[in-house]
Design a protein around this ligand. Structure first.
Ligand code: B12
Length: 206
C-alpha cells in the first residue's frame, strides 16, 4: 500500500506497475489499493501543487503513474461483472480533462455489476442526455474538477428534466458538494469512489 502511495508521490511509473502487481499478489482488494494507496499519493500531490512546491509537469507525471497502476487494477475490478444491476452513463463534463476520479468510479461500478457507458472527458451536457436515452440509463454521473466546469452539472440536470428522462443523477469532483448538488436539483453528491457503489445502488432502488 505504501509503495503504491510512493509511486504516485514520486511519479515512478515502474514502481507503480510493480507495486500494483505486488498488491494483487498479496490479495489486497483493488478498490482498497486505489483509495488507500494511489489515492493517498494523489492527495499528497494535490497538496504539494497547492503549496506551489511542484508544478503541472510533476502532476502530469504523477497522473501517469496512477493511470499505469489503474490499468493493472481495472481488469481485476471488472472481472466477472454480470452487468445486470442497471446502466450508468458517466463522463467528465465539458471543458474539463480531469478523468482519473471518473475512471476509478467507472471501474468500481463495473466491478459491482453495472453496465457502465463511459463517454470519456470534456463531454458536452447534450451528449450525457443522448447517451441516457440511447442506453435507457438508470443513473447519469458527471465529474467536474474545476470551479469553472462544475456549472455544467446543472446543465445536465436541466436537460434531463427537459427531456423528461427519469435517470437519477450523481455528481462528484473537488468543487462539488452536497449543498451544490441540492441547489441544482441533482439527486446525489458523491465524495469518493469508495461510496459510489452504495450510493448508486440506493439511487437505482429509488
Ligand atoms: C491530477 C490533476 C491534473 C492532471 C489530470 C490528469 C488526468 N488524466 O485526469 C492534469 C495535470 C492534466 C491537470 C490539468 C489541469 N488542472 Co488539475 N488537478 C489535478 C489534481 C492534482 C488531482 C485530481 C485527481 O486526479 N485526483 C485523484 C482522483 C482519484 O480524485 P478525484 O478526481 O477527486 O475523484 C474522486 C472523488 O472526487 C469522486 N468523484 C469524482 N468525480 C466523480 C463523479 C461521480 C459520478 C462520482 C460518483 C464520484 C466522483 O470519486 C473519485 C474517486 O475517489 C487536482 C487537485 C484536486 N484537489 O483535485 C488538480 C486541479 C483539479 N487542477 C486544477 C487546474 C487549475 C488544472 C488546469 C487548468 C491547469 C492548467 N493551468 O492547465 C488543467 C486543466 C485543463 C482542463 N481544461 O481540464 C485545479 C482546479 C482549480 C479550480 N479552482 O477549479 C486543481 C483543484 C488544483 C489546484 N488546487 O489548483 N490536473
Amino acid at each position: 500500500m505504501e509503495s503504491l502511495k510512493k509511486a504516485v508521490e514520486t511519479w515512478d511509473i515502474k514502481l507503480a506497475e510493480t507495486a500494483a502487481k505486488q498488491a494483487l499478489d498479496a490479495g489486497i482488494a483493488p478498490g482498497d489499493a486505489v483509495e488507500n494507496g494511489l489515492g493517498k499519493g494523489m492527495e499528497t500531490i494535490s497538496n504539494l501543487f497547492d503549496e506551489a512546491k511542484i508544478f503541472l509537469p510533476q502532476v502530469l507525471a504523477a497522473s501517469a503513474a496512477m493511470e499505469k497502476a489503474l490499468s493493472i487494477f481495472e481488469p481485476v475490478m471488472t472481472k466477472g461483472a454480470t452487468a445486470s444491476r442497471g446502466t450508468v452513463v458517466i463522463a467528465t463534463v465539458l471543458g474539463d480533462i480531469h478523468e482519473i476520479g471518473k475512471n476509478v468510479v467507472a471501474a468500481m461500478l463495473k466491478g459491482a455489476g453495472y453496465n457502465v457507458v463511459d463517454l470519456g472527458r470534456d463531454v458536452p451536457p447534450e451528449k450525457f442526455i443522448e447517451a441516457a436515452q440511447e442506453n435507457n440509463a438508470d443513473v447519469v454521473g458527471a465529474s467536474a474538477l474545476m470551479t469553472t466546469t462544475v456549472v455544467v452539472q446543472k446543465d445536465i440536470v436541466d436537460l434531463l428534466k427537459e427531456a423528461k428522462h427519469p435517470a437519477k443523477t450523481i455528481f462528484g469532483g473537488a468543487p462539488a458538494s452536497a449543498e451544490w448538488v441540492e441547489s441544482i436539483g441533482g439527486d446525489q453528491y458523491c465524495p469518493s469512489g469508495a461510496e459510489a457503489v452504495e450510493m448508486v445502488n440506493n439511487l437505482v432502488k429509488g
